[in-house]
Design a protein around this ligand. Structure first.
Ligand SMILES: *[C@@H]1O[C@H](CO)[C@@H](O)[C@H](O)[C@H]1NC(C)=O
Ligand SMILES: *[C@@H]1O[C@H](CO)[C@@H](O)[C@H](O)[C@H]1NC(C)=O
Ligand SMILES: *[C@@H]1O[C@H](CO)[C@@H](O)[C@H](O)[C@H]1NC(C)=O
Ligand SMILES: *[C@@H]1O[C@H](CO)[C@@H](O)[C@H](O)[C@H]1NC(C)=O
Ligand SMILES: *[C@@H]1O[C@H](CO)[C@@H](O)[C@H](O)[C@H]1NC(C)=O
Ligand SMILES: *[C@@H]1O[C@H](CO)[C@@H](O)[C@H](O)[C@H]1NC(C)=O
Ligand SMILES: *[C@@H]1O[C@H](CO)[C@@H](O)[C@H](O)[C@H]1NC(C)=O
Ligand SMILES: CC(=O)N[C@H]1CO[C@H](CO)[C@@H](O)[C@@H]1O
Length: 807
């Protein structure tokens, strides 16, 4: 693991160094002082993120880098992977995912800087820490110590990499994006094991680096005694607290690895680090340590393709990073850090040219104030992990949430607080009341038909009764049969169970062992319709709702079908219209997760519309069943928990028309009938969706995927044994296949990300696929010779690869 970070402990007031291009010849002059890196005379506070080129594909790089830039990063940091590049002594490979130069040029093209950690030992949860295994058999070798064979190969390789960068003019001194380089990695952790062979190796490595004359500074992370002019940097989660600081007053404070979560090994649960925790430690480092460079390790983890992961490490790497394995935004992490970056950038002037003054309000509250000649920025810290704190600063009162830092770019107004998430994730909840018989006014001595009772004013009808239970009859099974469509049962306010029918057979029965109390029990049965019938003769005679209700004890069966029933049409939240702006203000909402979960809970949040003009969809994959409203308008029922026979929801994305949205502050309310997880909801934009299917007539199972910007879904269909292979593609609901981008029956090269016609190709491919697919939501093309009017290359195994566009 590794990240570059600069910190400065010595808050000297430094005069701003003027001048623009100090490098000459189009180059940029990168130096540093005790405050920060200095680029062309300008001090910088830099946010950096690790994206490792071989852990994604060249096709993914531009989009990952664009999202890093949009997230407020200035620098992309990568390790360099020796064993990928020199698999055998003297045989080099820089193709495809190994194309380091291309990666750096992509970063440059988007206007960001690069921090290049060349190692050559990188650790990085990468096999052999990046060292080629053939080094193991070099006679007399001892890795990473004052050992001639190791130093020989390290020098040869490091020189080769640096020369390659120079040849492509990638160092800032040459006009390129690389502003910082790293030699070795976390050596301070193991140096003592090498006894007297350690320190000379550190000095040698530093000299090797400096002698390579890159024109940009070098860092060593976790190496407290990094020899001048190499900067010692901090790696870890809490550099704001743990870092002892630069080993010279002339070096800035740099944090090369501030772990955004942690890598995962097989057998481990994912270790999740909250957005609030990362933001707190970054802000603390920037303020208390005068940190001037923070790198997120990882910003995008990606995939350990092939056999590259080190022992026990998962193939998916740091999936909890701000960009997940697929390159999608992981919220709220990405958005929260983006806001932190912009708040810090508002403080730049006083931070880079002012003096740092710290003060204590009390034992657990302190302030760091950067005072410039006319500007001032303040960081107010509450270290108390449990309690809010009220502090007075410059005669104004500030409420600080537990374990948080408020950033005041003008020493007055709070621009950002590390603990306050501002996004779709800030959820509140309101539990729907479970009514009892006594609370109802509509009564009948039998079970009412649902539609005739609700008059379609609501999907929901409560059927309630109460009865005295004799505790000597121990085993009790509640049995309810319904004519449709869904039932949620509660006894004494506690959820008991749910059941539902389906389109082809709406009736169903719920049977559930229940716990009854000695005395009067309240039974509340919520019957839910998922739409009125729409077809067939005698529509007016259709029925829905509960048919029979009984409780079977060990001794007797009690039938409640003809009993004293109390009804309530609709839910309280519907009556109060709590999904509207007005209605949402008349009920007391509580913080999400502040009490135990109840099926039938309303959730509320506010979100900003995604920028741009692409259509907007809400991803409800983490929810169960219910209805969703945006700014008071229902966007429809959702039912994600009802899975297809293949085990996937029939619909996860639900359309929010742009016309329902304001630029900011959109009210989103959901009624969840089951056990949804609102923080898993995301608001996505949908761009042209491409679909791709690739099936061969060999043994591989077909993989069908559809992807679209900002969405993460992958469906895999196992081949049914004995059936002939076929490509099946299907657009998301409401869309049709509008274009065939590529079709080849033969031996096409590559995969759905990257394809080309191979040596064998049927010239009928496109026409046949277009005929089968254009204008349809889904289509199936069998991978048979006959279908393509003959075999283009007898005897050769063939495949069909189709890439299509949905609009
Ligand atoms: C680069 O900048 C430093 C100070 O930041 C200055 O001392 C030095 O002269 C500059 N070098 C060049 C080549 O302009
Ligand atoms: C604030 O308190 C800490 C210990 O709690 C102390 O180390 C520090 O020097 C104090 N700072 C000031 C400005 O008094
Ligand atoms: C802190 O204050 C907020 C808002 O004033 C309040 O909602 C929250 O419950 C408080 N938390 C604690 C731990 O007192
Ligand atoms: C519908 O409800 C009304 C009372 O609201 C009742 O008189 C009528 O019989 C019901 N019809 C059916 C078909 O259940
Ligand atoms: C049943 O409902 C009544 C009226 O709402 C209430 O007073 C009583 O406490 C409830 N009984 C139980 C066991 O919840
Ligand atoms: C149930 O309650 C009644 C009266 O409240 C009591 O006499 C009886 O012993 C109770 N039975 C049990 C099993 O607790
Ligand atoms: C429901 O009750 C009716 C009589 O009310 C009875 O004829 C029918 O068999 C019952 N159905 C079930 C599924 O118990
Ligand atoms: C230097 C540093 O902060 N190291 C920390 C990195 O994070 C791990 C896990 O939280 C800690 O154990 C280290 O102390």
């Amino acid at each position: 693991m590794g990240q570059c970070q600069l910190l400065c402990l010595f808050g000297l007031l430094l005069t701003t160094i003027g001048g623009s291009d100090g490098g000459g010849g189009g180059g940029n002059n990168v130096t540093y002082d005790g405050r920060s890196l200095i680029i062309n005379g300008h001090r910088k506070i830099l946010f950096s993120g690790s994206i490792h080129y071989p852990r994604s594909t060249p096709q993914m790089w531009p989009r990952l880098i664009a999202k890093a830039k949009e997230g407020g990063l200035d620098v992309v940091q990568t390790l360099v992977f020796w064993n990928l590049h020199e698999p055998q002594p003297g045989q080099f490979d820089f193709s495809g995912r190994r194309d380091l130069v291309r990666f750096i040029k992509e970063v440059q093209a988007q206007g960001l800087y690069v921090c290049l950690r060349i190692g050559p030992f990188i650790e990085g949860e990468w096999g052999y820490g990046g060292l080629p295994f053939w080094l193991h058999d070099v006679p007399g070798i001892v890795f990473r110590s004052d050992n001639e064979p190791f130093k020989f190969h390290m020098k040869r390789y490091a020189t080769m990499i640096v020369n390659m960068m120079k040849a492509a003019r990638l160092y800032a001194s040459q006009g390129g994006p690389i502003i910082l380089s790293q030699i070795e990695n976390e050596y301070g952790m193991v140096e003592h094991s090498f006894l007297e062979k350690g320190p000379p190796y550190v000095r040698w490595a530093a000299k090797l680096a400096v002698d390579l004359q890159t024109g940009v500074p070098w860092v060593m992370c976790k190496q407290d005694d990094a020899p001048d002019p190499v900067i010692n940097a901090c790696n870890g989660r809490q550099c704001g607290e743990t870092f002892a600081g630069p080993n010279s007053p002339d070096k800035p404070a740099i944090w090369t690895e501030n772990w955004t979560s942690f890598y995962q090994v097989y057998g481990d649960e994912a270790r999740i680090r909250s957005a609030e925790d990362i933001a707190y430690h970054v802000a603390l480092f920037i303020a208390k340590m005068k940190g001037s460079y923070v790198n997120y390790y990882m910003y995008h983890g990606g995939t350990n393709f092939g056999r590259t992961a080190s022992a026990y490490v998962l193939t998916g790497y740091y999936d909890q990073a701000p960009l997940d394995e697929y390159g999608l935004l992981r919220q709220p992490k990405w958005g929260h850090l983006k806001e932190l970056h912009s708040a810090v950038k508002l403080c730049l002037k006083p931070m880079l040219s002012g003096v740092l003054v710290s003060m204590n309000f009390s034992k657990l509250q302190e302030a760091f104030i950067f005072q410039g000649s006319s500007e001032c920025a303040a960081f107010l810290v509450n270290k108390d992990k449990r309690n809010n704190a009220t502090v007075y600063f410059s005669n104004l009162m500030y409420e600080l949430p537990p374990l948080s830092i408020s950033i005041l770019p003008d020493c007055k107004t709070v621009a950002f607080n590390t603990a306050k998430l501002d996004s779709v994730e800030q959820w509140e909840e309101y539990k729907e009341a479970i009514p009892t018989y006594d609370e109802t006014s509509l009564r009948a001595n039998f079970l009412l038909e649902q539609m005739n009772t609700t008059k379609d004013a609501s999907d929901y009808l409560w059927y309630n009764f109460r009865f005295k239970h004799d505790p000597s009859d121990s085993e009790s099974v509640l049995k309810v049969s319904s004519l449709g469509h869904v039932l949620h049962a509660f006894i004494n306010g506690e959820f008991v169970g749910s059941a539902h029918g389906k389109h082809s057979d709406k009736s169903f029965t719920l049977e559930k062992m229940v716990h009854l109390i000695n005395g009067t029990n309240n039974v509340s049965l919520l019957s839910v319709m998922v739409g009125l019938p729409d077809s067939g003769a005698y529509l007016e005679r259709r029925v829905a709702g509960l048919r029979n209700v009984s409780i079977q004890g060990a001794k007797e069966l009690k039938d409640f079908s003809s009993f004293s029933w109390g009804y309530q049409v609709g839910l309280l939240g519907e009556k109060l219209q709590i999904f509207t702006d007005y209605g949402s203000r008349i009920v007391p909402w509580s913080r999400y997760g502040s009490s135990t979960h109840q099926p039938l809970t309303w959730y509320k949040t506010v979100f900003d519309a995604p920028t741009g003009s692409d259509p907007v969809a809400i991803n409800l994959i983490s929810m169960g069943k219910g209805e969703a409203w945006v700014n008071g308008q229902s966007i429809g029922r959702y039912w994600v928990s009802f899975l297809t026979p293949q085990g996937t929801p029939s619909q996860s994305w639900y359309h929010i028309p742009r016309s329902f949205l304001k630029p900011t502050g959109n009210l989103l309310v959901l009624l969840e009938e089951e056990n949804g997880y609102p923080p898993g909801i995301s608001i996505d934009t949908v761009s042209v969706t491409t679909l791709c299917g690739h099936v061969s007539d060999s043994h591989l199972p077909p993989v069908i995927s559809w992807r679209s910007q900002n969405q993460r879904t992958l469906k895999t269909h196992k081949r049914i044994p004995g059936r002939r292979p076929k490509v099946q593609i299907r657009c998301p609901s409401g869309r049709k296949i509008s274009k065939i981008l590529f079709a080849s029956y033969g031996n096409p090269n590559g995969n759905c990300e990257n394809y080309a016609i191979g040596s064998c190709h049927s010239s009928n491919s496109r026409a046949i696929v277009e005929k089968a697919c254009l204008g349809k939501r889904s289509c199936t093309v069998p991978v048979w010779t006959e279908k393509f009017y003959g075999d283009p290359c007898p005897g050769i195994p063939k495949a069909l690869l189709v890439d299509a566009q949905c609009t």
